[in-house]
Design a protein. Structure first.
Length: 146
């Protein structure tokens, strides 16, 4: 299934990010909310991964589900407090979260270079399983003629 397209604002900027402009490389895409303990643990792992990521090989986006936050500034406060540097997009309400049929946070999707959804991981997923799924997609992408 092709990942539903979106245009979302990036946190702290007026930049609008269009999913379709990110074709050509696999993508790790995570929906999260600041109040959720599972999201907090997941984001910590994702930041460690992002710190060592070859950005030429993989797109990496996170989406804060603002409609699931208790306060408008909660996501910003978490990002600043933890010193996270990965890209954060804002799903105003739950429109994109709903289009991706997420049932909880965090939910992580792995997309291939053509933006087909290859894997979906719910809030119970272990980070190592997400990395294994990503490794398979990266290996497949590297072996494609380009």
């Amino acid at each position: 299934m092709t990942a539903p397209d979106f245009k979302l604002k990036k946190m702290n900027t007026n930049d609008v990010i269009h999913l379709r402009s990110y074709q050509g490389k696999p993508m790790l895409l995570t929906f999260w909310a600041s109040w959720c303990p599972d999201s907090q643990v997941d984001l910590l792992h994702k930041q460690r991964f992002y710190d060592h990521l070859d950005k030429n090989q993989l797109h990496f986006l996170t989406i804060n589900v603002t409609g699931r936050e208790r306060a408008a500034e909660a996501a910003q406060q978490l990002i600043e407090r933890e010193g996270y540097t990965f890209p954060v997009l804002l799903d105003e309400g739950t429109a994109i979260y709903d289009r991706y049929q997420c049932m909880g946070v965090p939910t992580t999707f792995i997309l291939d270079a053509k933006q087909e959804i290859v894997n979906r991981f719910n809030d119970n997923a272990k980070f190592i399983d997400i990395m294994k799924g990503l490794h398979r997609v990266m290996d497949s992408h590297e072996s494609e003629p380009g």
